[in-house]
Every structure is written in structure tokens, then in C-alpha cells.
Design a protein around this ligand. Structure first.
Ligand code: PGA
Length: 245
């Protein structure tokens, strides 16, 4: 794992966007794995700027997102379909037909997940997978468990995730209890992984991801086994890793 220390959120966002832009420049028709959540918003803002400046051309890029809440329509403002259009897709020159997010509006979980696995595999998996990390060490919605997951599957969100995500909903009861998520094995198939993390709340998870035992109790710890994983994290998120890297 390569750890890149960023001063603060803005610095983390610029550095992460530069790495993604470099991937797009090196391979204009690359396949990007994308993430939602608060952490990558600044990264997306920098990519929008890079696109406007002519430094990053998304016209041939295709994307596969990690996850989606089960039961939300694509136009629901809380859906990750909506988030991606709002934060990135509507502001860059990407062809929307080349963007993919698991279909949370399909109540048939088995069919929705199998279909997503099929299209990610047909795309040859991702060249670069962007990841945030949950306070509990989750990646995508792969929550702490007694085993690592394989392909796309339906998960029951943990109390910790429901609570963390409730800040984005009016009431905690409004947070969907289930989601469809790309599995850990699929994430590991990506040729490169880029994890972004900021803030003190992520310090324990970032420590366990980088230096803890490789165990499904911290799903992100499996990234230690990935041959090309880069972590861009700020001071606060790296505060428990001092002297370890
Ligand atoms: P956050 O979520 O960026 O909103 O903190 C990260 C995650 O849960 O993966």
C-alpha cells in the first residue's frame, strides 16, 4: 500500500483528482470504479474543473459505481444515481450511457446483483477503483462480517452505517436498511485502487485498513493484499498511523 499524506480535505481532493485525471490521460477509454459519500465530493469537483480546463476528457470513459440503496428510484435525490449526476456526470463530457450504478429500483435483489456482476465482468473490471472508507472499515457497503464477500450482493446495513448516513436524510428512519453493493472480490479485481479518507472519525478505520490484521471484521484491510493500492488521507485520518509508514 502506498500512503500519501495530504494536509487537509482540499489537498486530499486535489491529489486524488490528479491521480484519476492521470489515469484518464494515460488511457482515454479507461473503466473507472466510482464511489459516493461525502469524502469524494471534493475529488469530483476537481475533476469537473479539470474537464472544464480541457485537462481531462471523459468522452470515452465508462464508469461503474460501487453501490446503491435498495428501493430508491434513480431520480430520488437520496439515490446514488442522483448523487453521481449531481456531483459529476452532469458537469463533465461523459456519455451517460457509459455510466453504471447498481439498479436499486429493481426489487429482485438476485436479478439486480447478477446483472451488475455480468456488466462489470464484460467491461473487464475497472482500471481504477475510487473508494471511501466507512467509520467501521467498510468499503462499498461491504460491512464488517465473518467472511469477505465475492460478487455484487444485497446487504443489510449495520447500525453504525445507518447512523453515519442519517446525517444526509431528514430522519434516521428514512435511511434505507438495505443496499446492493459490488463485492470485495470484484473491488480487488481492479487494476488500481485509490482510497480517500479525511477527518478524525476515520483514523481508527484507516489504521486498521493499513496496519491491522487482514480480517473481514475490517473489510478494507484486504486492500493490503492488492498490488497497486494508493491511500490519500489527511492529517486527521492518518493520526493513528504516525511512525508506521
Ligand atoms: P463518507 O462515506 O465519505 O460519507 O464518510 C464513506 C463510506 O462510507 O465509504
Amino acid at each position: 500500500m502506498k500512503i500519501i499524506h495530504a494536509k487537509d480535505y482540499e489537498d486530499m481532493s486535489r491529489k486524488a483528482a490528479s491521480i484519476i485525471a492521470a489515469q484518464v490521460i494515460l488511457k482515454p477509454n479507461c473503466v473507472l470504479g466510482l464511489a459516493t459519500g461525502t469524502t469524494p465530493i471534493g475529488t469530483y469537483q476537481n475533476l469537473v474543473e479539470a474537464c472544464k480546463n480541457g485537462d481531462c476528457d471523459f468522452s470515452e470513459v465508462s464508469t461503474y459505481n460501487l453501490d446503491e440503496y435498495r428501493g430508491l428510484d434513480h431520480d430520488d435525490p437520496q439515490s446514488y444515481h442522483f448523487f453521481m449526476r449531481d456531483n459529476l456526470f452532469d458537469h463533465v463530457n461523459i456519455d451517460l450511457a457509459n455510466t453504471h450504478v447498481p439498479d436499486g429500483s429493481n426489487p429482485d435483489a438476485a436479478a439486480a446483483c447478477a446483472e451488475y456482476d455480468k456488466i462489470v465482468a464484460e467491461a473487464g473490471y475497472t482500471d481504477l477503483q475510487l473508494l471511501g472508507i466507512g467509520n467501521n472499515g467498510h468499503i462499498g457497503f461491504n460491512e464488517p462480517d465473518d467472511h469477505f464477500s465475492a460478487g455484487t450482493h444485497c446487504v443489510d446495513l449495520t447500525e453504525s452505517t445507518i447512523q453515519a448516513n442519517s446525517r444526509l436524510f431528514e430522519k434516521e428512519e428514512d435511511v434505507p436498511r438495505q443496499a446492493y453493493t459490488m463485492g470485495t472480490q470484484t473491488i480487488m479485481y481492479s487494476r488500481m485502487i485509490l482510497v480517500v479518507a479525511n477527518g478524525e472519525k476515520k483514523a481508527q478505520a484507516v489504521h486498521d485498513m493499513c496496519f491491522g490484521p487482514i480480517a473481514p471484521s475490517c473489510p478494507a484491510s484486504i486492500l493490503q493484499l492488492h498490488p497497486n493500492c494508493v491511500v490519500v488521507a489527511d492529517d486527521a485520518a492518518l493520526s493513528m498511523c504516525e511512525g508506521l509508514y
